[in-house]
Write a protein that binds this ligand. Structure first.
Ligand SMILES: [Mg+2]
Length: 194
């Protein structure tokens, strides 16, 4: 019996590409992917005003979250669904997304990729949630979230960070308690192995 938490943006969904593509559409700024993004929440290609306008557009959009490209192959979604269907296993898709029907957009996006009846939780409080639901495994792309999951659960939840240049600071507090994986496949293999 395993309870598994999946962050959405930066783990399953290609947020940086979507965000910078929208910036390009609105302001003509550069488009790039998660692998080219250098620092958490720093978008040097945009002015603060442009950045704010991109977020305003997202918050008013009924389809930004709904139409985002995946950050993994379809095989990963199939494997998540297979693990989720095993007796006693529970999967939570946890996100700090906001805006028009963000939860419904996220649920529809997951269903489109074969996740049956996905449980989407809207919160920034990943550590608190991991403790509350008794999570055994968690994957995120935000270093502080990964650390908080470890800390709030006294290490009972194995906390994984999907490795990107923007979260690669090895001096980050608590980094020794977080396991880095290059891919979600690697994370799922560890879940299956345990
Ligand atoms: Mg994320």
């Amino acid at each position: 019996m395993k309870t598994i938490m999946f962050d959405v943006d930066g783990v399953l969904a290609e947020f940086i590409l979507s965000f910078t593509t929208l910036g390009h559409t609105l302001h003509g700024t550069s488009i790039y992917t998660s692998h080219q993004h250098r620092a958490w929440d720093v978008f040097d290609c945009m002015t603060p005003v442009q950045y704010g306008e991109v977020w305003k557009h997202i918050n008013n959009s009924a389809e930004f979250w709904r139409t985002m490209p995946a950050a993994t192959s379809q095989d990963v979604f199939n494997e998540i669904e297979r693990i989720k269907q095993q007796e006693g296993n529970v999967a939570y898709f946890v996100t700090a997304r906001h805006g028009v029907r963000a939860k419904e957009q996220t649920e529809a996006w997951l269903r489109d990729r074969g996740i049956d009846n996905p449980t989407v939780v809207m919160t920034k409080a990943k550590g608190e949630l991991a403790k509350a639901v008794g999570a055994h495994f968690c994957i995120d792309d935000k270093a502080t979230n990964a650390w908080c999951v470890h800390w709030f659960t006294d290490g009972k939840c194995k906390s994984y960070l999907r490795d990107y240049p923007y979260n690669a600071d090895p001096t980050m507090i608590g980094s020794s308690h977080v396991r880095r994986v290059k891919t979600v496949e690697e994370f799922l293999e560890e879940v299956e192995r345990s």
